[in-house]
Write a protein that binds this ligand. Sequence first.
Ligand code: GLC
Ligand code: MN
Length: 269
Amino acid sequence: MKHAYVTLLCGGDAYEPGAEALGRSLRASGTRVPLVLLATPDVSAAALDRLAASAGWEARIVEPLANPSPDGDLVFERFRNTFTKLRVFGLEDVEKAVFLDADTLVVRNIDELFARPAFAAAPDFFTPERFNSGVMVLEPSRALFAAMESTLRQRPTYDGGDQGFLNTFYADWWSMDVGHRLESRYNLHHFVYQFMSGRAPLRPMMGDVKIVHYTLQKPWRQATVTGGSELWWSRYLERHPEVDGPLRRRLHAVQDWAFDHAVRALGGP
Ligand code: GLC
Ligand code: MN
């Protein structure tokens, strides 16, 4: 296929709700680009069926890629599994892919990303001269994946995950032509999204936001008190009326309000 949106589930079904909400958000954006789900063999058949039914995710089973970093070098324990993400670089039947972490949510159509040169990604939050690997435009090939695989053990990963490795593989990303650097609105951390939407002077910028990334908290795993709760749940609940209801909706609105309130208090009088 020419183009595909690709996401990944690895290490069981834990991120399935994320992929479901992401798929729904892509469909709501009006895209006709196929959705490809890379899944390790430990993802359940029931999860794959649900994802196919809810948004048309077409599953491809991939073997996990072991994390080459020594134990203890992980910024978060959950980064242990993420090297499997590199499999997207080896998808041989896709000419150009937009990879989206399962904890991202599309707010507006992003098909224009397929016109960006590969490799492209957006700056990370705390080190903007490095990219965040949750949203990437790439041209997969067997040779590219082989080049990555052969250097896995030699290249350091500063966070113990795929992102640290990829930033050493594409060490020149920061100095590439501007088209390779996606604007932050294509990978906006959920707490930044909430910060902006909670401050009236910044609110006009919200019209440009395309992708929100739940980097700090995963809404389906714990109470999201760091922003973007209502946004994510409104998409997820479309498919889950069994857990929907006015109380739940109110709870998520209050969570976002609490974040805004805390930020306001920190800002002082
Ligand atoms: C960060 C990125 C994520 C990546 C992980 C491990 O959390 O947002 O995309 O998989 O680091 O490197
Ligand atoms: Mn992520």
